[in-house]
Every structure is written in C-alpha cells, then in structure tokens.
Ligand binder design. Sequence first.
Ligand code: UD1
Length: 423
Amino acid sequence: MDSILVRGGGPLNGQIPIAGAKNACLTLMPATLLSEEPLTLTNAPRLSDIKTMTQLLQSLGAEVTSLQEGKVLAMSSHGLNNPTAHYDIVRKMRASILVLGPMLARDGHAIVSLPGGCAIGARPVDLHLKALEAMGAELDLRDGYVHAKAPLGGLRGGTVDFEFASVGATENAVMAATLAKGTTVLNNAAREPEIVDLVECLRAMGAQIEGEGSSTITIQGVDRLGGATHRVVTDRIELGTYMLAPAICGGEVELLGGKIDLIGAFCEKLDAAGISVTETDKGLKVARKNGRIRAVDVTTEPFPGFPTDLQAQMMALLCTAEGTSVLEEKIFENRFMHAPELMRMGAQIDVQGGTATVTGVDQLRGAPVMATDLRASVSLILAGLAAQGETRVARVYHLDRGYEQVVRKLSGVGADIERVQGE
Ligand code: UD1
C-alpha cells in the first residue's frame, strides 16, 4: 500500500485545475440505466470510485467506455441483462444504492445489496426505500439485499416527505420518478449542486422536472428518456480542499473552474478566518492575508450550509489558528477520526460527541499518521503542508477514491509532496 510523504514548507503559488465532481458523476452514471439511448459524460473525474461505479453498471449489462484518459464516459444501457447489484461491488461504495431507483423505474424490478455501515457512521438507506414505496414499489429485505418490485404497469407518481434532506435519497427518488406514471412531489428534498446537475442532465434526456435547487422538486413522469451529452459540474469539495492549501501555507493560488456559489458558506468562514477569496474570470483566487489565522466556529449542515465533506480539512486549518474554534458535526455521527491523527502532529483537539474544540497551536510537527476515510486523508496532507518536518500519510487508497493527481496538483504550486510505495 502506498503512502504520501509531505514536508512542510513555504508559501504556495500558481494554479490548480479542479476536476468534475465525484459525487455528481456517481449519480449521473446510474442515470444511463433509465434510457436505451447513449449517455455521455464529459469532465468526469479519474477516481477509483468512478471505476467501481463503472464495474457495477457493467455487471448489470450496461456498456461503459472510458475515453480521453477517463475524462469522458460513454455509456449505453440498451442491453441490461442482470437485475442484481451484487454485494461484492456494492460493499465497496455506498453510492452503489443509486442504481436502485433507475433499475426499478426502467425494468420494474431490481435486487440491490444493502451497502452496510461505513467508517463515518451507520448511514442507513431507509429514506431511499420510503421514497420508492411512495411510488408504489414493493420492497422485501432479505439476505442483505433489497428485492424491489414496481406495481403492474410501473411505478406511479407519489408525494414524498423526507424527514431529512438526504442527498442520495433525493437522487434515487428523482431518477425513479422520471419514468413513473403521473406526478411526483419531493418535499424537503436536498438542494446540493450535484442534484441540480443531475436534474439538468435528466432534462436533457427528456425528463420533466421543476424546482431543483429548492426544497420541493416536482417530476412529471414521461414514457421514455432519450440520450444526452452532459458536462459534470465542478467538484466543490475538491475546490474547497485546495482553497485551504494556500490558506494554511500562505501564498496565492488560483483554483481553475471554481465558483463562489458552489461554496458560499465555506467562503464566509474563510473570510472570517482572515483568508481572502476573489472571483476571477477563470475561477477563484485564494490568498492568506498577513498574520495568523483567526479561530472560527463551524457547524456542518445540508447545502447551502457548510459541507460535512469539508469539515476535516477545515479542522486542519484551525489547528494553527489564534484562539479556540468549535466544530459541530451535524450530518454524520462519527466523523472526527482525523482528530486523533492531527493530535499526533501536535494539534490540541477535544472531541465530545459531535463537537470538537480546537485550540490553535503555533506550529504543527510532522509525524506518521493514518488515513481513515476519504476527507480525513486529505486533511492530514493539508496539515502536513503546514507542519515542521515530514509527515507520512499511510492508507492512501482512501484518497484515490476522491482526489485525482493530488501529488501533481499540489507539487504544481510548490508543495514538497511525493507518493512512495509501502506504509
Ligand atoms: C452524500 C455524499 C457524501 C456527503 C453526504 C452529505 C455522494 C456519493 N456522497 O452522501 O459525500 O458527505 O451526501 O452531504 O454524493 N441517512 C439516513 N437514511 C437514509 C439516507 C441517509 O438516515 O436513507 C442519514 C445518513 O446516515 C447521514 C445523513 O442522513 O447521517 C446524510 O446522508 P445523505 O445526505 O443521504 O448522504 P449520502 O447521499 O450518503
């Protein structure tokens, strides 16, 4: 297993290109299952999670061809021949559950393994299942699989009142409803940019949807969907992660493709911490103002609030801020596993349940640390960039799930970082 070696150093300067969004791509890919005609995605990120979704779709009988070194995905689902999403693939990635709605809508039945727990919490799929039941689906949970059947004549429109604005459940429900008979109304729907991106793609395929980006999405079912070519939206989490690199190390970095409206709540917190963010015609420019970072309090919330997927990275910044910051994690129940690793580097953090109190120190020190999940792993790299000496981050397969070419992107702006074999 590979590790990343980071040596803390001076300021970072230059440009970093931001890829297409992993989380958007992982919901756009299953949309191919809704149509017999080709769906092509451009600006796809090159990540192991995308390979896992490719394998899953191929196992169902879809064709997925990766072009231009993985930046373009050409997909076609004219010959689906297997209704079962097998545990062997689903267990690798929770987003696999996103094939359930489209398969059920298109073929009237689907058998999908339950994704199981994951390192950052229990993460059940009850909201996905309730939404499909509201469209008439009959669900039977046995042997670790959801066996789903649509009524005779297919799914029918219904009203779904989400108890929580779940991103995945909203995506599954929107996709299923595009081919249901009649109108579906999703109340308390998630508002994330990845959902807006999915709806734009489905609309290009012929779906009739209104209200994306708001809490109520209305879908008028159609008989069939056609093909489309769609460009995947910018990855706001990769964007926020790399915005933190000059914030932590000093310097000025332009993030190509970045936009403030993807990441407004995060930019407000950077501003409060003393980091300047300006829009340019190519993206966002981030510079650290003079002096030490100021402590800020952060609470994670569904979009447009501060994203849980940037909490670990923000904590890395606040470890060297002047004063005490309180971070509250409201989305996942166990998402502070990076805290003990940051403490190995000299950070002062006290975790009590869903609250972490970070007291800034003058300087972090390099140490061997271990990645525990995707966003935790990149937070340790960011901390390593600020630390004195060398940090070795082990278990970087977590990183490969969600960050393409991290070494190339960071060394391109002057960071001292390399990937080495072995722990
Ligand atoms: C998506 C993102 C993930 C991000 C999360 C929250 C993808 C592939 N992943 O995950 O990176 O961290 O949004 O922004 O897009 N929940 C239930 N029952 C359900 C579904 C969810 O209780 O049926 C709970 C979860 O346990 C969690 C919370 O709701 O505590 C948020 O989950 P959700 O919004 O569904 O996140 P994902 O779609 O899994």
